[in-house]
Design a protein around this ligand. Structure first.
Ligand SMILES: [Ca+2]
Length: 280
C-alpha cells in the first residue's frame, strides 16, 4: 500500500475513534446488533445522552401502554465543568433527577429512573420515547428555559432502552443475570435485576397462595357434599370451620400481594406524573 494511502487510512481511523470517544458511550448490555435480538427482547437501542446538549433526543423507540420497558443508564455529567462553581460535579443517572424522558413530541416529561432504581413500565402513555438530561428549570414538555446552561457541561450518560417481549419475569431475570456475569460492576444491570427479582417474588407468592386457596375451597366443597344428606358430626363441623378460617387467611394474603403488586407498578406512574416545578 502506498505511504500516502496508509497515512490517509490511519488518519480516518483516528478521526472515527476520536468521534466515537467524543460522541458515544459503551452500551451497558452486550448484544450483537448484527444478529436477531434475543427472544426475550422486542426492541433495543443504545444511545448516548451528552451533558452539553440541550433538549430531548428522539430514541427511535416506540412504546405501548402494555410494554415492559427498562432503561439502563450509567455514566456521569459535570454540570459546571468550565467554571466549577456548582455542587453538581459528578451527577449519575441513579441520582434520579438528571435523566428525563417523554412520550410523544408534546407529552409531559418524567424521570425514568426512580429513587436509585431502574424501573420500567410506561403505563400511562404510548408513542415515541424521547430522552435528555435536565440542567435547570424545564417546560412541561422537557424543553429547558435556559438552554445556554448546558454549554459548560461535560460528560455523558450511556443509556440502553429495552422493550421486553414478555412479562415472564423469570426469563427477564435469566437474561439480566447473564449480562451481570459479563459486566459485574454495572449498577444499572444490578438495579434492574433487583427490581425484576422483587416482582418475581411477589408473582410466585401470589401463584402459591392462589393454588392453596383453590385446594382449600375444593376440600370444603367435598366435605359439604359428603355431609349434604346426613347430620354432620362435631369433628366434621370443626374441620369445615378450620378450612374456612384457612381460606379466609389465604384470601387476605392474596389481597395483600395484589396490593404490593399495584404499589410496585405505581412507583413508576408517580415518577411520570412529577411536574417541572423544581429547578433540580
Ligand atoms: Ca451547566
Amino acid at each position: 500500500m502506498p505511504k500516502r494511502t496508509v497515512f490517509l487510512f490511519q488518519s480516518s481511523l483516528f478521526a472515527c475513534l476520536l468521534l466515537f470517544i467524543i460522541c458515544c458511550s459503551r452500551p451497558n448490555i452486550r448484544i450483537d446488533t448484527g444478529k436477531p435480538l434475543p427472544s426475550v427482547i422486542k426492541a433495543y437501542k443504545h444511545i448516548t445522552i451528552a451533558g452539553d446538549r440541550a433538549g430531548m433526543r428522539d430514541t427511535g423507540i416506540d412504546v405501548r401502554k402494555e410494554d415492559q420497558v427498562s432503561i439502563l443508564a450509567t455514566g456521569s455529567i459535570d454540570f459546571c465543568a468550565k467554571w466549577g462553581g456548582c455542587k453538581y460535579r459528578n451527577v449519575t443517572p441513579a441520582d434520579h433527577w438528571p435523566l428525563i424522558g417523554r412520550i410523544g413530541k408534546e407529552g409531559h416529561y418524567f424521570h425514568p429512573i426512580v429513587r436509585d432504581t431502574h424501573k420500567g413500565g410506561f403505563s400511562l402513555q404510548e408513542g415515541r420515547l424521547y430522552l435528555g438530561c435536565k440542567d435547570g428549570p424545564l417546560q412541561a414538555n422537557g424543553r429547558p428555559y435556559n438552554p445556554e446552561w448546558y454549554r459548560d457541561n461535560q460528560g455523558t450518560f450511556s443509556v440502553d432502552i429495552i422493550v421486553w417481549s414478555t412479562d415472564d419475569y423469570g426469563q427477564i431475570i435469566n437474561f439480566l443475570s447473564e449480562q451481570l456475569e459479563e459486566n459485574p460492576e454495572n449498577k444499572a444491570i444490578k438495579d434492574t435485576l433487583y427490581i425484576y427479582a422483587t416482582y418475581r417474588q411477589v408473582q410466585l407468592a401470589a401463584e402459591k397462595a392462589a393454588e392453596a386457596a383453590q385446594e382449600t375451597q375444593q376440600e370444603i366443597s367435598d366435605l359439604q357434599r359428603q355431609t349434604a344428606n346426613r347430620p354432620t358430626s362435631a369433628t366434621e363441623r370443626q374441620q369445615i370451620q378450620e378450612l374456612e378460617a384457612r381460606l379466609a387467611s389465604l384470601q387476605a394474603t392474596l389481597a395483600e400481594l395484589d396490593q404490593m403488586k399495584k404499589q410496585l407498578q405505581q412507583e413508576q406512574q408517580k415518577s411520570e406524573q412529577l411536574t417541572a416545578s423544581s429547578s433540580f
